[in-house]
Write a protein that binds this ligand. Structure first.
Ligand code: ASP
Ligand code: MG
Length: 484
């Protein structure tokens, strides 16, 4: 959790913290000249002169930097070609941008031979290029903007898993960058910060969301907006459930639950800094900026089901007892290596669950269960090797269906509806884990689309009042019959 902020906004008197908002644009919003111009328009029309704008790397640049770091030298050519095309197309005066870029490319090219950069130092270039580019582009369109390297304001103690940031460093950095730059939007590199030796570190893949909420906590900003490709957080994946729709609002806890089951809407560390000052977060589309988006805040409609998330092609791994500190570092490494996984700690055996999956919970050591996506299995087993982690893998492929709602564990109506559903024959073997805001149903094998839609209808029918349920249960039964 970010260190709590004790003092009020300490810089120039003219800057009022109440007016500051933080906006963050993801990589695909910044991937093409068309999308970049959209972003310029959004910043011009929907942000204020003192707002902070956090950027991810353009498009897939970070992936290519990862490839480069892993020894694929050709990826540097891909990066070069990408920027030669993009920047030449949109920046009229591009000499300055290219001069810096070429210096960076030289440093990277020398990396194996001489410079010996760390992985973080290589990966962080993406955000440096992206922030410089957007700043110059804004200035070109008469929007005063200042490029800010987050290392000037965000310093973390690397021993603490990047959960403690130095507030005094932030304030003095902020004073420096603000001096003479009032009324310029600050365009800040997401994803990067520095450690106590002022060396570049990164906040884990997709960490720019976290950069944005962390900045908001330090600035006491009045809101954070994450500009993405989608029109908000949906009740389910609309590719699988056509009636899914963007939620109007969702609570911090519900958003945290969604992030933890790896739905890719939010990075898992995003929510914690918002809770410090109760800062509302909005998820909006940079393609359809007039759409309302989803508001993430404390306020919630208690007892309502918010989302049903589906993850397919998973393998259930039981991790043998680990020291809790190692467990924490291991889970962090899973996030950092972009391994797609979900932790399901408290499995209740409901069916012929494998013996290996009983859990023990002694204070210092614990064994626990992870669902790991098939695509990540190689990376997962490599990582287990390097951490000396032992695990069993269940043969079957698993599907995870998660239902999210604040205090779901008390929602008797939903739980009894679910029991009926899970008791139905076609559901096969399953395991259920229940935490405060989340029910995870792990189904052996696949779940077909009709069953999935029936489950969605059933979960959301618990939001309805009695007469509405009578109407909708007809359709659910019909669907179930056609499955059975
Ligand atoms: N560019 C980084 C990544 O792709 C950080 C981010 O996009 O949030 O992981
Ligand atoms: Mg990204």
């Amino acid at each position: 959790m970010a260190k709590l902020i004790k003092n009020a906004w300490p810089t120039e008197k003219t800057i009022s913290s109440e007016k500051i908002a933080v906006h963050k644009f993801g990589g695909s919003s910044l991937a093409t000249s068309e999308r970049l111009l959209n972003v310029v328009n959004i910043i011009k029309n929907k942000t204020d002169v003192n707002d902070f704008v956090v950027v991810s790397a353009n498009g897939r640049i970070t992936d290519w930097l990862v490839e480069f770091y892993q020894g694929k030298f050709d990826s540097l050519n891909k990066i070069n070609a990408f920027y030669q095309a993009l920047v030449a197309e949109i920046l009229l005066e591009n000499k300055y941008w290219f001069r810096l870029f070429e210096e960076d490319i030289k440093t990277l090219a020398n990396h194996q031979a001489e410079t010996q950069l760390s992985e973080d130092e290589v990966l962080g270039y993406g955000e440096l290029w992206s922030a410089r580019l957007l700043t110059e582009l804004l200035v070109q369109y008469d929007v005063p903007a200042l490029n800010v390297d987050a290392r000037e304001i965000l310093k973390t103690d690397s021993l603490q898993n990047h959960t403690h940031f130095d507030y005094d460093y932030f304030i003095s950095g902020l004073k420096k960058i603000s001096f003479g730059n009032y009324s310029k939007r600050k365009i800040v590199t997401g994803f990067i910060a520095c450690d106590s030796h002022l060396k570049m570190i990164t906040l884990g893949r997709n960490g720019s969301d976290f950069s944005a909420t962390l900045l908001a906590a330090f600035l006491k900003a009045n809101s954070v907006t994450l500009w993405t490709d989608v029109c908000g957080i949906y009740t389910a994946d609309p590719r699988l459930i056509s009636k899914a729709y963007p939620l109007e609002k969702i609570s911090f806890n519900e958003a945290k639950a969604l992030a933890l089951i790896g739905t890719n809407v939010l990075h898992h560390k995003t929510i914690a800094p918002l809770i410090v000052n109760n800062t509302p977060l909005c998820v909006k589309s940079s393609i359809f900026p007039e759409e309302k988006g989803t508001l993430v805040f404390t306020d919630t409609e208690v007892g309502k089901i918010k989302s049903l998330a589906i993850k397919e092609n998973l393998k259930l791994a039981n991790i043998k007892k680990l020291d809790l500190k190692i467990k924490e570092n291991f889970l962090q490494a899973l996030y950092d290596r972009h391994i797609d996984f979900v932790e399901c700690s408290f499995l209740q055996k409901k069916s012929n669950a494998h013996e290996a999956f009983s859990h023990s919970d002694t204070k210092q050591y614990s064994s626990f269960n992870l669902l790991v996506s098939q695509d990540s299995l190689d990376k997962f087993s490599d990582l287990c090797g390097s951490f000396c982690v032992l695990y069993d893998l269940l043969e079957n492929r698993q599907t995870l269906v998660s239902i999210v709602s604040e205090n779901i564990y008390q929602n008797e109506k939903l739980l009894s509806l679910l029991d009926g559903f899970l008791g139905s024959e076609y559901c096969g073997n399953y395991l259920v884990s229940k935490t405060k805001n989340l029910v995870n149903i792990i189904i052996s094998d696949e779940i077909d689309n009709i069953a999935l839609n029936a489950l969605y209808d059933l979960a959301f029918s618990s939001n309805l009042n009695v007469s509405e349920v009578a109407l909708s249960s007809g359709t659910i039964n019909q669907q179930l019959e056609s499955v059975g």
